[in-house]
Design a protein around this ligand. Structure first.
Ligand code: GLV
Ligand code: GLV
Length: 330
């Protein structure tokens, strides 16, 4: 028998499971697409040393209290708002995530959404498939907005925000950003300028939200913020749904107070089929897939496995979210 027991909440890539197998007994939840039922996870967590989980698993204080031997919660995501990190810290449980590896992939997708919403790609694809393309070519058919030369406003200049800047530069965009911390050396190197949130919203032709979801960023973009945006501007969100007040965004899109939105994330995922957002044409919706490339999803699994194994072995894992937990480890 190996010393440690690990539970993995979804079938992942074999490469990742092999890494864990070398050090621990691994059990993988059998479901392929569905999250593990909470009741089952509440039972499983009781006698494991390591948990590899997804952002669909809510690891709150009730869950963590059950975990008598748990040493690490390795999240298969960069965001970790699904985990009560304070509770884990108090109990000396490491929390790890997968930053870095998904940055470029997520920035690619964010830029793809930006291009798609401004040039009406999804809407015109639907039009063609539905048999509505009746005239060969029209000077005013599906007019969109240019991307090149426009102003991109990035809210949250973290890894993904910075990767977005590089893409925007290739399109000769002017880039402004808002963040709680300034990065003056990045500003100088890339010719981007810091603005307060109000000015950013007023000046940007595209607003991209790239902040993590925390108490401070919940509904960061609400009615007032949206009302500051240009009527011709687009809002893009690949972070977390709750950073934007979805109902207020719906009103703004419906009343054409802004030109459009492209959303990969929602308040509730999966989105309800009767969510009124889905009735609008000036919006692109995708099912939380910004990091979903074959290469990146596999790499994320490997990183998550390594973080888990390093933690079990008492080493400091490469992507430790809560270094304060060290003092409480036993
Ligand atoms: C996905 O949303 C992630 O946080 O990695
Ligand atoms: C996430 O990886 C970020 O820091 O932007």
């Amino acid at each position: 028998m190996k010393k440690y027991r690990v539970f993995v909440t979804r079938q992942l890539f074999d490469e990742a499971i092999d890494i864990i197998n070398k050090e621990a007994e691994v059990e993988v939840f059998e479901g392929t697409d569905n999250p593990i039922p909470r009741d089952l996870l509440l039972t499983k967590i009781k006698d494991i040393d390591g948990l590899l989980c997804l952002l669909t698993d809510i690891i709150d204080s009730e869950m963590i209290e059950k975990a008598k031997r748990l040493k690490v919660i390795s999240n298969y995501a960069v965001g970790f708002n699904n985990i009560d990190v304070n509770e884990a810290t108090k109990r000396g449980i490491y929390v790890t995530n997968t930053p870095g590896i998904l940055t470029e992939t997520t920035a690619d997708f964010t830029f793809a959404l930006l291009l798609a919403v401004s040039r009406r790609i999804a809407e015109s694809d639907r039009y063609v498939r539905m048999g509505n393309w009746k005239y060969a070519w029209g000077p005013r058919m599906f007019l969109g907005s240019d991307v090149h030369g426009k102003t991109l406003g990035i809210i949250g200049l973290g890894r993904i925000g910075k990767a977005l800047v590089k893409r925007a530069k290739g399109f000769d965009m002017k880039v402004i950003y808002y963040d709680i911390v300034r990065d003056e050396s990045f500003e100088k190197s890339y010719g981007v300028s810091f603005q307060n949130l109000k000015t950013l919203l007023e000046e940007a032709d595209f607003v991209s939200v790239n902040v993590p979801l925390t108490e401070n960023t919940y509904h960061l973009i609400g009615e007032e913020e949206i009302s500051l945006m240009k009527k011709t501007a687009f809002l893009i969100n690949t972070s977390r749904g709750a950073v934007i007040d979805e109902k207020k965004l719906y009103n703004a899109l419906k009343n054409k107070l802004i030109a459009g939105a492209a959303l990969d994330v929602f308040d509730k995922e999966p989105i309800d089929p009767d969510n009124p957002l889905l009735e609008l044409d000036n919006i692109i919706v995708t099912p939380h897939i910004a990091s979903a490339s074959v290469e990146t999803r596999k790499n994320m699994a490997i990183i998550a496995a390594k973080n888990l194994v390093e933690s079990l072995k008492g080493e400091e894992p490469a992507n430790l979210v809560n270094p304060e937990a060290k003092k409480f480890r036993h």
